[in-house]
Design a protein around this ligand. Structure first.
Ligand SMILES: [Zn+2]
Length: 833
C-alpha cells in the first residue's frame, strides 16, 4: 500500500512545472506554481552548492545557526542537552577525556574507535543549534584534540585505527569524526578544518588500493567518506579530490547493483551510497539504485507503520512481523540519509520519509526525558522489559529496557537525531530562494535573491495542526522563490499570501512555489489538510494502521515505569503494561471515519515539559475495537505474530483511545481487524513450546531455550543462531533437561553440538548419555542395538533407545579437560508406532 517511488528522472525533471498557475500576475507580482523538483539551472552564489563537474544540486544546507528551532523542537533539544547526550562524558567510559585516544596528539590511549566521534557528531551540533555555550565549549575541546592529532602524512585521530583491519587502516571512525568537523566548520568557518580534510584525503589518495577500505564496517559504509569528499570539493574546488572519491566508491561494497548487506544500520546509512556517487557519475542508474535499495528493504521488512524496517540486528528471512525491532542507530542514520537524498535529488519524498521516522518512531527510542534509550523500537511492542527475547529478536539479553549506560553504539550515535533535523528544516535553493523542507516551529535567516538577508518565522502546530504560518522580515523589497513541500498524504493543500489565496493547485509530493517581490511583514499561510487514513498491510496479514497527516496512531496502553538498574541520577527503567493491548479494530479501511474520530486535538505540539511523554500527546482518536483473547505474548515475550485479518472475535465492542506512535512507548500500531462475521479468521493460539528446557548452567550471554528454538545450525561453529553453552565451566559434568507437561513416551533423541574451534574454547564433549526420570530417580536409557552416543561436529548425533515413558529427559555431558561445550539444538522423538 506504500506509494511507489515516482519514476521521475532527476536530470530531466530539473524544473518540471506542472501547473504554472498561468503566471498569475495580479496587482502584485506573485507567481505561484507547482514543481516536482526545484530548479537547478540557476546559480546561487551565497551557499555551498555542487561545483562543476558535479551534478547541479537543487538544495544546499544553510550555515549552522541560520535556523533557530522553536517550540517543541527547541524544547526537545534542550531536553537532549540536559539528558544523556548532553552529559555523556559523565556516563560513558568511551567519552572520558582523560587518556582518550581522540585527545592525545600521538593517538595513544583508550576508546580509539567509533563511540567518541558518534557522540561528538551530534553533541557539537546540539550546542550549535541551541546556542548552548557549555556544550559548544566542551565540543570545542574534542575538536581541537582532533585537529591537533594530524600527522605529517595526513592521517589524523587514533593511531590504533591505522592497523585495525587485519593490519590495514580502518577509516570508519574517521568518517564519523569528519562529520563532526564539517559541522564545526559550518558553524564557525574555521579554515583549519578544510586544511585537515585536504591533507587527510591526500593520505587516502596515497594508500595502495589493496590496503584502502579493505574490509569491515568501512567497506559497507564508504558512502559516508564519499559525502565528506564532495563537501570539501564544493568548498575548495581541488579537482584531485574527485579522483579520491572514485577510489572510495570503487572500494566500497557494491550498493549499486543490490542491497550489499542486511545489518540494519548498514542499510540505513549505506543504501544511499549510489545516490551520493550519482553527483559525480551523473548517471541516473546510481540515483535510482538508492530508491531501489530503499524499496527492496521496505518491500520485505518494512511492511509496518513508523517508517522503519525490522532488523533487530540483521534483517532475517521470515522475521517481518511488526514486533520485530529497529535499532536506535538505524533511526538516526535513516533520517540523516533521507535529509541527504532530499538535497541531492530535490525529491520531497525523502523529506516525507524523514518526518515519518522523526515523528513516529524516533521519539520512543528514548525516555521522554532523554535520559535513557533502548536498542530496539518496534511498531508493536507490548512490553519494555529487560528479559531475553531471543530468538524472537536476534540478539540475546536486554534490548527493550531504557538504559543510559548500555547499547554502546546507539548510546553515542543517538546524539544527531534532533540536531540534524533542526539543521535541515530550511534549505537554500539553486534559484536564490528558500525551501521549507521539514516542518517545525522555527526561524530562518538567509541570503536570497540579490543577496538581501531575510528572516522567516515559521509558526505551526505541525504535525497536528494543518496550518503553517510564515512571516517574512526583510530590510527591503526582494524577489525570491519560496518553496513549500507538499507531503505525499496531502491533497488540497493551499497557500495564501497576505490573505489572498494563490491560484496554483498543489499536488502531493511536489513543491508549491511562491515567487514574488517580498516586502517586510508579508505573511504566508499554508494549509495542509490532514484527513484520517487507513493503511492495509497486505504482507502482514492485512493488519491495519491509522494515520492522520504525518502521524500514525497506536493504542494508548497504561504504562507502569520502574527502575531496574543504573544510578539515581541516570536510572535504567522498564515499562510494563497496566491495561490490555490485544485489540482488533472494527474499521473499514476505505472509510476509517465511520468508526474512528478525532477526540481531542490541541492543534499545538507541547513546547514545555516533556513534549513526547505519553500524557503530552497532542491529539487523541477514539476507535471501536474488540479484544482478541487468544492474542498474547509469545514464548519469547513478544506480542505474538499477527494472524490473518479480519479476525473472528465475539468480545464486546469497546471504545479505545489511540495516540500518535511517537508518544506511545508501549504500542500496538499495526492492528488486526476484528469481526463477528462467520467467515472471519479464527485466531489459533500460539502453540506452547514443545519442551521446557532447564540446564545445570548457562553462560549469561547465551540462552537455555536456544536448544529448543527450532533454528537449525549450518555447522557446529554457527554463530548466527542462539545457543546454550556451559562456558566458562571446563572439564565438568553438566546437563540440560526437557520437562513435559504430562509424561511422554520417547524412543529417540538427537543433538547438534556447538564447537567454536578457531574462535573460542567450546568443544564437543568427551562423552554423554541420556537419562530419564522414573519416579524420583534418574535412570539411563538403553540405546537400541548398543547404539553409540556420537560426538561428531556439523551434524545431529542421533541415538535410538528402548521406549521410555517419562515426565523429564536429561542429557548429561562430560566436558573434555580444560575446555567447555555447548548445544545448538536438541530434539527428542516419540516412540514409533
Ligand atoms: Zn546502535
Amino acid at each position: 500500500m506504500r506509494l511507489a517511488t515516482p519514476a521521475v528522472s532527476l536530470l530531466a525533471a530539473m524544473a518540471i512545472v506542472l501547473a504554472a498557475g498561468a503566471a498569475c500576475l495580479a496587482a502584485d507580482d506573485t507567481q505561484a506554481s507547482v514543481a516536482l523538483r526545484p530548479k537547478t539551472d540557476a546559480r546561487n552564489a551565497f551557499y555551498s552548492f555542487n561545483r562543476e563537474p558535479l551534478a547541479p544540486s537543487p538544495f544546499a544546507r544553510l550555515p549552522i545557526g541560520a535556523i533557530k528551532p522553536h517550540g517543541w523542537l527547541r524544547r526537545s533539544l534542550e531536553i537532549e542537552a540536559d539528558g544523556m547526550t548532553g552529559h555523556l562524558t559523565e556516563i560513558s567510559k568511551w567519552c572520558k577525556a582523560e587518556g582518550n585516544a581522540w585527545l592525545s596528539p600521538d593517538g595513544k590511549g583508550h576508546s580509539p574507535w567509533e563511540e567518541l566521534p558518534y557522540w561528538l557528531k551530534g553533541f557539537g551540533d546540539l550546542g550549535y543549534v541551541l546556542g548552548n555555550e557549555r556544550i559548544t565549549a566542551e565540543a570545542r575541546k574534542w575538536i581541537e584534540g582532533i585537529l591537533a592529532s594530524q600527522r605529517e602524512d595526513g592521517w589524523f585521530g587514533p593511531r590504533a585505527n591505522l592497523t585495525n583491519v587485519g593490519g590495514k587502516p580502518d577509516v570508519w571512525p574517521n568518517m564519523v569524526a569528519l562529520n563532526a568537523l564539517q559541522s564545526y566548520y559550518e558553524f564557525t568557518g574555521d579554515k583549519r578544518v578544510l586544511a585537515l580534510m585536504t591533507k587527510y584525503f591526500r593520505w587516502q589518495q596515497s594508500v595502495p588500493e589493496a590496503d584502502f577500505i579493505s574490509g569491515s564496517w568501512q567497506k559497507i559504509r564508504g558512502g559516508d567518506n564519499l559525502e565528506s569528499i564532495y563537501w570539501l570539493y564544493n568548498r575548495t574546488g581541488d579537482a584531485w579530490l574527485l579522483d579520491v572519491a572514485k577510489k572510495v566508491h570503487a572500494r566500497t561494497a557494491n550498493w549499486t547493483d543490490d542491497v550489499a548487506n542486511w545489518h540494519g544500520v548498514n542499510i540505513s546509512q549505506s543504501f544511499r551510497e549510489p545516490g551520493v556517487f550519482f553527483m559525480q557519475a551523473k548517471e541516473e542508474r546510481f540515483l535510482k539504485a538508492a530508491y531501489r535499495n530503499y524499496d527492496t528493504v521496505i518491500g520485505i521488512y518494512g511492511q509496518v507503520p513508523g517508517g522503519g524496517f525490522g532488523a533487530d540486528e540483521n534483517c532475517r528471512q521470515g522475521y517481518v512481523d511488526p514486533h520485530q525491532g529497529t535499532e536506535t542507530c538505524t533511526w538516526v542514520e535513516f533520517m540523516h540519509s533521507f535529509q541527504m537524498l532530499t538535497r541531492i535529488s530535490g525529491d520531497p519524498l525523502w523529506a516525507d520519509r524523514c518526518e515519518e521516522v522523526a515523528f513516529n518512531s524516533f521519539p520512543c527510542s528514548q525516555t521522554p526525558d532523554q535520559k535513557g534509550l533502548h536498542y530496539l523500537t518496534a511498531p508493536n511492542q507490548a512490553v519494555l522489559d529487560t528479559q531475553n527475547h531471543s530468538p524472537g529478536v536476534q540478539n540475546r539479553g536486554n534490548m527493550f529496557g531504557y538504559d543510559p549506560h548500555s547499547f554502546r553504539c546507539c548510546q553515542h550515535n543517538v546524539s544527531h537525531g534532533w540536531p540534524y533535523y533542526a539543521e535541515e528544516m530550511w534549505l537554500a535553493t539553486a534559484d536564490g530562494g528558500l525551501a521549507a523542507s521539514l516542518y517545525a516551529p522555527s526561524e530562518v535567516s538567509a541570503k536570497v535573491g540579490d543577496g538581501t538577508t531575510v528572516r522567516i518565522a515559521e509558526a505551526t502546530g505541525y504535525p497536528v495542526d494543518e496550518t503553517v504560518t510564515l512571516a517574512v522580515s526583510t530590510p527591503k523589497a526582494v524577489r525570491f522563490p519560496l518553496y513549500l513541500r507538499i507531503p505525499r498524504w496531502c491533497t488540497g493543500a493551499k497557500a495564501a499570501v497576505n490573505g489572498k489565496e494563490t491560484a496554483a493547485q498543489a499536488k502531493p509530493l511536489a513543491y508549491l512555489v511562491i515567487d514574488r517581490t517580498w516586502a517586510d511583514d508579508d505573511k504566508v499561510v499554508l494549509t495542509l489538510p490532514m484527513p484520517l487514513a487507513a493503511t492495509v498491510w497486505e504482507k502482514n496479514k492485512n493488519a491495519v494502521s491509522i494515520s492522520r497527516g504525518p502521524l500514525t496512531f497506536a493504542l494508548k496502553i497504561g504504562e507502569k515505569w520502574s527502575r531496574y538498574g543504573g544510578t539515581d541520577t541516570w536510572p535504567a527503567v522498564e515499562v510494563q503494561p497496566t491495561t490490555p493491548w490485544n485489540y482488533g479494530l472494527e474499521v473499514d479501511a476505505k472509510a476509517p471515519n465511520a468508526s474512528i474520530q478525532v477526540a481531542a486535538n490541541k492543534k499545538k505540539m507541547p513546547d514545555a515539559g516533556l513534549p513526547f511523554a505519553q500524557e503530552a500527546a497532542p491529539i487523541e482518536l477514539t476507535a471501536k475495537a474488540r479484544k482478541i483473547p487468544e492474542w498474547g505474548l509469545d514464548r519469547h515475550g513478544l506480542a505474538a505474530v499477527l494472524q490473518m485479518s479480519p479476525v473472528f472475535t465475539e468480545q464486546p465492542v469497546e471504545t479505545v483511545t489511540l495516540i500518535p506512535m511517537g508518544w506511545a512507548r508501549l504500542r500496538i500500531s499495526a492492528f488486526p481487524t476484528a469481526s463477528i462475521a462467520a467467515g472471519a479468521n479464527k485466531w489459533t493460539e500460539t502453540p506452547a513450546p514443545a519442551y521446557t528446557a532447564t540446564a545445570s548452567y548457562c553462560h549469561a550471554g547465551d540462552a537455555v531455550e536456544a536448544i529448543s528454538d527450532g533454528l537449525l545450525p549450518k555447522n557446529s561453529n554457527d554463530h548466527t543462531i542462539p545457543r546454550l553453552t556451559w562456558w566458562d565451566h571446563k572439564g565438568t559434568t553438566e546437563w540440560v533437561a526437557y520437562k513435559f507437561p504430562k509424561p511422554r513416551t520417547l524412543s529417540w533423541s538427537d543433538v547438534y553440538w556447538f564447537d567454536d574451534t578457531g574462535k573460542g574454547s567450546c568443544r564437543v564433549p568427551a562423552s554423554w548419555q541420556l537419562l530419564y526420570k522414573d519416579s524420583d530417580a534418574w535412570k539411563p536409557v538403553t540405546p537400541a542395538g548398543g547404539a553409540a552416543y556420537g560426538t561428531a561436529k556439523d551434524t545431529f548425533n542421533k541415538v535410538a533407545f528402548a521406549p521410555v515413558t517419562t515426565s523429564e529427559l536429561r542429557l548429561e555431558v562430560k566436558l573434555q579437560p580444560d575446555v567447555s561445550g555447548g548445544i545448538l539444538e536438541w530434539r527428542v522423538g516419540p516412540a514409533e508406532k
